[in-house]
Design a protein around this ligand. Structure first.
Ligand SMILES: [Zn+2]
Length: 370
């Protein structure tokens, strides 16, 4: 395992590329921002909005895929208050017990910005079956939910005749990943690896679900997809998770202060809606040797908020330590005992990069050092 010389990202992140100087593609993407002509990109953004504004009379003229988080607050503000569009919001709820912050934030967006939200509550029976199968087989328990987060807004934008569908950042481009091309179009997002690559037949044969159960996980027909114009706001305006957080806080967004001090994160404002969901994002750790603490520590270095040594300390202190409340909620939802849970986790460790220490704890063979 090699680590970026500038941030703390390892080369095990799927799709990330290191150059001859040992710097990762995410750091290079960030560096490239200084050379971008943001004025001309903003004009492109205005032209796109002008094309669709008012297209449905006094109905909705664009759609925004929202989670209720800090970035959603910023996206809705941009479209409604800055670009003067009339957005309708689509969200997918993950069915896990919600945090107080999560309950508040989705409602807050509607109340603060004055937009309706159409929220999908996925089929819980199918979700449980798919979670167990995808967790045990691939270490991707929330594949079903993540897939719906991609497909549902496309399906709904098609139904509501709002071709302009707005997303936040291009994750692959900003943070390193497969298909890391910079483009305003979010059309290829479905194929970025987070929720792609699973054959429906495999799920029907092995997970106990039917083709009907999977209906909403399918993208709209190609002819309907061709009519959509999904965009990333991060192409038109420099994206910064921390700036979005500062913005959102001033508009009523709640972080996890006084509610939950989660062990495996280094911030308290990203993915705050439920505890169980975080098991999925943490599973990058046994598979690839880094999780949310590395993601955020790397961003903090890029944004100039901490130096690399401080970031290394954060990674070492947090990344391996999945929070026990995430485990409890997850086990309760899926019907696992904690013993069963840890046995499955044990089977997911990548032994190319991990070994067990004298206490029986998994440790990286090449941990990050100065
Ligand atoms: Zn880097």
């Amino acid at each position: 395992m090699k680590y970026c010389k500038r941030c703390v990202m390892p080369d095990t992140r799927p799709g990330i590329v290191f150059d001859e100087e040992g710097v990762c593609s995410a750091c290079r993407s960030y560096e490239r921002r200084a050379k971008i002509d943001w004025d001309s990109r903003w004009k492109e953004f205005e032209a796109i909005c002008d094309k669709y504004r008012g297209m449905n009379g006094d109905g909705y003229d664009c759609a925004i895929a929202v989670s209720g988080g800090k970035d959603s607050h910023y996206q809705v503000h941009m479209m409604k208050n800055v670009m003067h569009m009339n957005p309708i919001l689509f969200s997918v709820e993950d069915n896990f017990p919600m945090t107080e912050a999560g309950k508040h934030n989705l409602k807050n967006i509607s109340e603060e910005f004055g937009c309706p939200i159409i929220s999908l509550k996925p089929d819980i029976k199918a979700q449980k079956k798919l979670m167990r199968y995808m967790f045990e087989k691939y270490g991707k328990p929330t594949w079903y939910i993540d897939r719906l987060i991609y497909t549902y807004p496309l399906i709904m934008a098609s139904l509501y005749n709002t071709p302009l569908l707005v997303y936040g950042e291009n994750v692959s481009y900003e943070y390193g990943g497969a298909d890391a091309v910079e483009t305003y179009s979010a059309k290829e997002q479905l194929n970025n690896g987070v929720a792609s690559g699973i054959d429906e037949r495999e799920l029907i044969e092995n997970a106990g679900v039917t083709a009907q159960d999977l209906f909403l996980t399918r993208a709209p027909k190609q002819e309907d997809m061709d009519k959509l114009d999904p965009i990333y706001i991060s192409y038109f305006s420099p994206w910064n998770s921390f700036a979005n957080y500062e913005f959102a806080k001033k508009h009523g967004f709640h972080d996890l202060s006084h509610e939950w001090d989660r062990k495996h994160h280094v911030e308290n404002f990203d993915q705050v809606d439920s505890r169980a969901y975080l098991v999925h994002s943490w599973l990058k750790y046994p598979k690839f040797g880094h999780a949310s603490a590395t993601d955020y520590a790397a961003r903090m270095v890029r944004y100039g908020m901490v130096d690399r040594d401080e970031a290394i300390k954060m990674v070492k202190e947090h990344d391996a330590n999945l929070d026990p409340l995430s485990v409890r909620d997850f086990c309760e939802f899926c019907g696992y005992s904690e013993t069963e849970f840890w046995k499955i986790i044990d089977s997911l460790y990548n032994t190319d990069i991990f070994e067990k220490d004298s206490l029986g704890k998994w440790v990286l063979k090449s941990p990050i050092c100065k």
